[in-house]
Design a protein around this ligand. Structure first.
Ligand SMILES: Cc1ncc(COP(=O)(O)O)c(C=O)c1O
Length: 701
């Protein structure tokens, strides 16, 4: 084998080869059998895998594979149960326990510990009681015979040894096999029973639990998750049937688990980050105290997306609560800045926000009230939309050109002001992306004037007192992946900041007009290929919120960043003037540490060749120079040719992409012929669609 051949043995190749081999064993097998990963807690030169149904890690669990990754990481997609071969020598207790912990950190299930019966150190005695607490049986088997000088004689002696230990009752091996069978059966019973148990016990979000839908058979049983895939239980397959297909299959996590995944499921770097913070702190209360994970994360965010405007970071648990806090901050800052005499309480209760139709900020009541009632998705009795929402113009790539679709409310004004088709279209997939997002250059166009006039006129007619502008910058995700014309959002921010104040301001802060909140829960932390969307819009918010990808899809966390002037609105003599909002798990050290690690990993990725190449394909320049010069160039992880091709497909109404997001609007002519689209997509592209894509409906659709 040449070096090139060795380098080609990726983990994928290895895992596929093992899968094929195991499948062929299963086909040949006369009865039930086991396939286990056998991992060594120490270096066993005399240990031979006694069965072909064992995948031996050889040497230690962290010994590298040919790709360079550790064996534990390489075999993880197989999600096979494990027999840990303990170490009976001096130091063996430690290496066995360390191996066990490494296995657990990667999600392996350890079904048994085997080790040699070594009478001097008697490691098995200690390990038996250690593992008894973990409900893992430990079996000590007689050690192998001393190696003989002649290889032939050595083989004969080992064969005899294996025969003895496998046949003799006293060796304990038959008991181990029985235990493995029992555990295997238990696992299958558990997987089999999960849908029915779930059906009567779980109350899912966003699911109608009527008598017909969903039924237990339709429930996806996720046995584990790795990188971009779920390992799902095939519960339709009869147990004990002649069918030799695996009981577990892969399903692509098409929604990245509600857009939380950053570096893939069960990422060992993030798992270790969680473990080190859990080991050091667990959870600790936060008010008037501090810890490194929270402090470091705050400083990283202030030097990153908060650079140049934010000075404070407030922690909560998820996007909805991060946005609740943002609203509380904005409302207080507004009322402090624009005080009125008289019934301030009544006035404050009626304050509203400005936003865009179709926006989404979460499911807690406060943020629901900051959204347009829209298509009736908000059915909560206390829900009361408070404010005004603009129908926004949106961008789509159609037939290789970006087209702005104006809402009907804007069309008349636009044509009266001479805006024509040319002003609403850019030709060429690559070039049009840069042109459409070159917001600064578009500010003196006729369309910008139309937007300004339209916004001002609308604001003049609003009766509700507006206390904040709340935007999902660039893309409204849950509202249907709407790519809002960034020029509209920019003009909206400029207008609300430059309008005459409703009453005389109490003090001039660096924020003018009303506070602007950017909800970057979906678009933030590089989902759009950029650290923050502010750079594209060319304006900073006064408050912004990050969640989802921030903590790598491992633990929940949200942060709300604010300008110092917003913070100061809560500074006073009395406690009730402070921001009285806190969650039990505020600044949860485990989540903060995972977020720190996630951001560190993303930062490394941004400097990687792959990242630069993807950028280069869209921007056409040396991305490093471009970045150094501080230029903002939008781009996509999706290949421009692929996106261009997609936009020209018969059954595609429109496409749009930025960063990781690729939105495709399918035109099925109202006939439900989505399958045709998948076929043409699969034929036309270099991308393969997996049979099972785990897509979930968007929250609001
Ligand atoms: C833009 C935006 N804001 C807020 C939220 C709410 O976040 P969470 O589901 O973490 O509460 C979401 C969730 O999809 C979102 O997309």
């Amino acid at each position: 084998m040449t070096l090139t051949h060795i380098q080609q043995v990726t983990d994928g190749v290895l895992v596929n080869a093992i899968t094929n081999r195991v499948s062929s064993y299963a086909k040949d097998a006369s009865g039930a059998g086991h396939v286990y990963v056998e991992t060594a807690g120490g270096n066993y030169s005399r240990w031979r895998t006694p069965s072909r149904n064992l995948i031996s890690t050889i040497l230690g669990v962290h010994s590298p594979t040919l790709s360079g990754s550790t064996q534990l990481d390489a075999y993880r997609p197989l999600f096979l149960p494990t027999i840990l071969i303990g170490d009976s020598r001096l130091g063996g207790i430690s290496s066995t326990i360390s191996t066990y912990e490494s296995l657990l950190l990667r999600g392996y299930i350890v079904d048994a510990v085997l080790l040699f019966r070594e009478d001097y150190y008697q490691n098995w005695e200690y390990l038996a009681s250690y593992f008894a607490e973990k409900d893992v049986p430990v079996t000590a088997i007689p050690p192998p015979p001393t190696r003989l000088p002649s290889p032939q004689e050595d083989i004969v002696s080992l064969e005899k040894y294996y025969k003895n230990i496998s046949e003799s009752e006293s060796s304990g091996l038959s008991q181990v096999i029985a235990q493995l069978t029992e555990r295997h059966e238990y696992r299958l019973d558990e997987l089999d029973s999960m849908p029915a148990r779930t059906h009567t016990r779980i109350w899912w979000p966003f699911v109608q639990h009527s008598s017909t839908h969903p039924n237990p058979e339709s429930i996806t049983v996720i046995a584990s998750a790795h990188k971009d895939y779920f390992s799902v239980y095939n519960n339709n397959r009869a147990r004990g049937s002649e069918d030799t297909e695996s009981l577990l299959g892969y399903k692509f996590d098409g929604s990245a688990s509600w857009w939380t995944q950053t570096l893939g499921h069960s990422n060992p770097i993030l798992t270790l980050a969680a473990a080190r913070a859990a080991g050091r702190y667990g959870h600790v209360l936060f008010p008037q105290s501090t810890h490194l994970p929270a402090l470091n994360l705050a400083e990283t965010l202030l030097a990153g997306p908060g650079k140049g405007w934010a000075s404070r970071v407030f922690y909560t648990d998820n996007g909805s609560t991060g946005m609740e806090v943002a609203l509380k901050m904005a409302l207080r800052a507004y009322t402090k800045k624009y005080p009125v005499d008289g019934d301030a309480g009544d006035r404050a209760k009626k304050l509203g926000v400005l936003g865009l139709k179709g926006s989404y900020h979460g499911d807690t009541i406060g943020v629901m009230n900051a959204c347009d009632a829209g298509d009736g998705v908000y059915t909560c009795e206390w829900h009361e939309s408070k404010g005004f929402w603009f129908d926004p113009p949106s961008l789509t790539l159609q037939q290789g050109q970006i087209v702005i679709t104006l809402p009907s409310s804007l069309q008349d004004l636009a044509s009266r002001c001479g805006v024509n088709e040319k002003d609403l279209t850019w030709i060429g997939t690559r070039d049009s992306l840069s042109a459409a997002y070159g917001v600064d250059k578009r500010l003196d166009t006729a369309l910008a004037q139309v937007y300004k006039e339209f916004i001002e006129r609308s604001l003049d007619n609003i009766r509700t007192e507006i206390a904040a502008l709340v935007l999902e910058p660039l893309v409204m995700g849950a509202g249907g992946m709407v790519f809002v014309d960034p020029l509209f959002q920019r003009v909206l921010v400029d207008v609300v900041r430059s309008r005459p104040p409703p009453v005389k301001p109490s003090a001039e802060g660096r924020w003018s007009g009303i506070p602007v909140i950017f909800d970057e829960v979906f678009v933030g932390t590089y989902r759009m290929g950029l650290q923050t969307t502010s750079t594209v819009l060319g304006v900073h918010p006064d408050i912004s919120v990050y969640a989802k990808m921030l903590s790598g899809g491992l633990v929940p966390l949200a942060t709300t960043l604010a300008r110092e002037e917003i913070f100061e609105a809560f500074v006073g003599e009395r406690k009730d003037q402070a921001l009285l909002h806190g969650h039990s798990y505020t600044a949860y050290p485990v989540a903060c540490e995972v977020a720190n690690e996630t951001l560190r990993q993303i930062s490394k990725l941004t400097e990687s060749e792959d990242w630069m190449n993807a950028r280069r394909k869209w921007t056409g320049e040396a991305p490093a120079d471009d970045l150094a010069a501080g230029a903002v160039r939008v781009w996509s992880f999706w290949d421009p040719e692929f996106v261009d091709g997609l936009s020209k497909l018969k059954s595609v109404k429109g496409v749009m992409t930025l960063g990781c997001v690729l939105a495709i609007k399918i035109d099925d002519g109202g006939r439900g012929e989505v399958a045709d689209f998948y076929t043409s997509l699969a034929q036309s592209s270099r991308f393969r669609l997996t049979k099972d894509i785990g897509l979930v409906p968007l929250k609001r659709s």
